[in-house]
Ligand binder design. Sequence first.
Ligand code: ADP
Ligand code: MG
Length: 404
Amino acid sequence: MARQNSRVASIEDIDLSGRRVFIRVDFNCPLDEGRVADDTRIQRALPTIEYARKAGAKVILASHLGRPKGRAVPELSMVPVGERLAELLQTEVIVPDEPVGDASKKLVQNLRDGQVLLLENLRFHPGERKNDDGFARSLAALCDVYINDAFGTAHRAHASVEALPRLMRDKAAGFLMHKEITALTELKTDPARPFVAVLGGAKVSDKIGVINHLITKVDRLVIGGAMAYTFWAAAGVSLGRSLVEEDKIDLARRIALKAEARNVELLLPNDHVVVEDINEKAAHEVASNEGFPASGIAVDIGPRSILRFRRAIEDAKTVFWNGPMGIFEMDAFAEGTNQIANAIAHAQCHSVVGGGDSVAALKKTGLTPFITHVSTGGGASLAMIEGKDMPGIESLLSTIGANL
Ligand code: ADP
Ligand code: MG
């Protein structure tokens, strides 16, 4: 995986002037009644798009949107995305009727330097998800240069992120993609120490791969969220009716043993915010492991655990955080998560936060600017940490392409 670091070219390494530049972006935005409801993903791609325009490229953007299952679904058309993009760029954005085909080809041929075209939803074509070579070739026929700025799909072998760049000689990562690769690779290769991982969320099963990888890298592993209760169950501690994955208890035990064998400090919450039933207005109290009420459900880490966790993070030089400490969607149970965000923001460290819910929780605190890198790709960032294959990155490295 170290190869993924320096050898991925950046958009700045390639001559774009007067060339047809295909940029794979992640414009998979939530829509509401035919309008883009949240344009965060479009905003994030703007630096790469603006750069390409200024460099004199004929810009061809492409993305998937939702799950149209290989056929044209009007509600999942890129048209509203194109409209929003046009507003942001303050320029015309051309959207052809189909991702590939004579009409698209013609529109691309007529593009002038600096003009922007957004291909129709790539998943309207069945070849996209199948990583189909024929579909990739029709996309390759549209362009001279390939740029990938869609980190969120880098763990998937789809035609526009895998087969297509393999066909291209001139290819590179856009600014967003390059930042993701650099920040995550730093965690994997030579992290400054102490390196602390903070993991939470609902399920151990979602995070096994990540834990197994991180345990070989970190000095401390802080575990919160519902996941912690399966670890307590493995240690023979029962916490009332708190969420436990019975079939993962053994696994949690093995992870704890592995931590011990490697001298990794494993921190679990030993006091908890407890309710009788889960709703925002439920009366809640704090209970420690001893004296945990038999009918209670733990929904957040308690104040003593917050202090212990904060202390474990304070002197870190590298922090990776994924997974909230409690049911943060309810303000009453968000304190643990907020405090952890605060501790990470205050530590003088290289900090990386990944995961859809963790990033949402972080945003709510307003502390995002104090984090070194907030990963945009939930699944992709975890896959990269786990050491899984990253087809969207590997294909940027291959040198067999010759702009066929
Ligand atoms: P991410 O999206 O950052 O990877 P996850 O999806 O793994 O995070 O976990 C987030 C979910 O975990 C949230 O919906 C949160 O409510 C839930 N969660 C955290 N702590 C608890 C708990 N004690 N009991 C039940 N659910 C919890
Ligand atoms: Mg999630």
